[in-house]
Design a protein around this ligand. Sequence first.
Ligand code: AMO
Length: 451
Amino acid sequence: MERTLTKNTPEHAGEEVLVKGWVNVRRDHGKLIFIDVRDRGGLLQVVFNPQVSPEAHQVATTLKNEDVIEVVGKINTRPEKLINHKIASGTVELEATALTIVAHAAPLPFDTSKETLDAELPTQLDHRAITLRHPSVKAVFKVQATVIDSFREFMKSEDFFEFQAPCITPATAEGGAEVFEIKYFDHKAYLTQSPQLYKQIAMTAFERVFSVNKIFRAEPSVTTRHLTEVVSLDAEMAFINSWTDVRDMAENTVRHILKTVGETCATELAMLNATLPTMIDKTPTFSLAEAQEKIFAYSGKDVRGEKDLNPEDERTLCELVKKETDSDFVFVYGYPTRQKPFYVYPSVENPEVNEGMDLLCRGIEWLSGGRRINDYEQLRKHVELWNMSEDKVRMFLDAFKYGAPPEGGFAFGAERITMQILGLKNVREACMFPRDLSRIDERFAAADEQK
Ligand code: AMO
């Protein structure tokens, strides 16, 4: 008999089917044994009645959560009052006539059968192989896969070309100390902080490029928004008239992602009690100086003249913009030129500030980008001013030496955006296998204790 996925069982009411999956939970009611079987399509209730099949019932008395099983039985329609609206197979149940245990599961370290996982995040991550199976955890990654898919979809619809950037690089693009140095044979190299320089090179060949790439940041502190390994969604576009063209493209990209997640992940959003952020027609845009004035007027906290917004300022700005306009999003541009990477375009009117921008949402930065310097001599000057070695960025400089149009781009982390769409408290929840200061799969502290 061919296998039927649990989500398709309502189409087989009255028929005999074969279902394969894991025991999500077992419930005994008198002589009846109920289990929820879980497969890639969802969950299905199975009932073992000793009067229908004493053999199947006998095997069912030994079932434990996470055992892998194959069940044959008849699909019965449930009475109206017993319909479970939360699952795709909620209108039916399977009355088992045969049961085989395909693989036994060892006793679980904690109960995984409840609707929400009953374990602290570090414990959940210590046991990722098990917690990843939980419907609420799988839902997070379904949303993330949709974010990445819809990013690709939108980029292609706007004629962007997908390219693969290297992860091993001779120089750091973003500056700062947050870089992993690696031993590369007899040379020093780095894990890439960003495909920045490569997307700019590729832009000079293809005009519009995007990549879905791993980036690495040696973040020295443990925060709820930083990982050391991130999936970066990057875009770069040629022939812009102004940095606002980049802003508009970024805004439309995010708008498409939100729309697609809303349309295709309704079950997951409901399961996680998530409400999509509101993006109004024109996302409010402020220069850093204007944003600081607004924060001062709203909260009395005087951050005017600071070189950047700190996390508290970001939260205040988002809060006041939400109150004023109902937008959950706000763009901030015009940062001090020397505070940002060497490639960011200084404003012509006032070169002390640049045409770099950030998109904030619900108190956190989602995305960065802006216009880039496309003049070769100006870029060389910046390389020198930023104390970088021209030799290490020769290939990048060549792209501009041999003709490059006005251009810009943006990037955002798939984990950060997933976290924010779903209102998760910690970015680690939005990463299947997070890496940070204290963990590569195992917690360093726990591993050190065992030494
Ligand atoms: P930036 O360094 O701001 O810009 O990074 C862009 C976006 O990547 C995500 N991100 C992170 N997410 C989780 N943990 C981290 N440690 C982390 N670091 C970055 C955030 C952030 O907004 N080259 C520029 C982009 C550009 O100008 O095109 C850059 O890398 O979502």
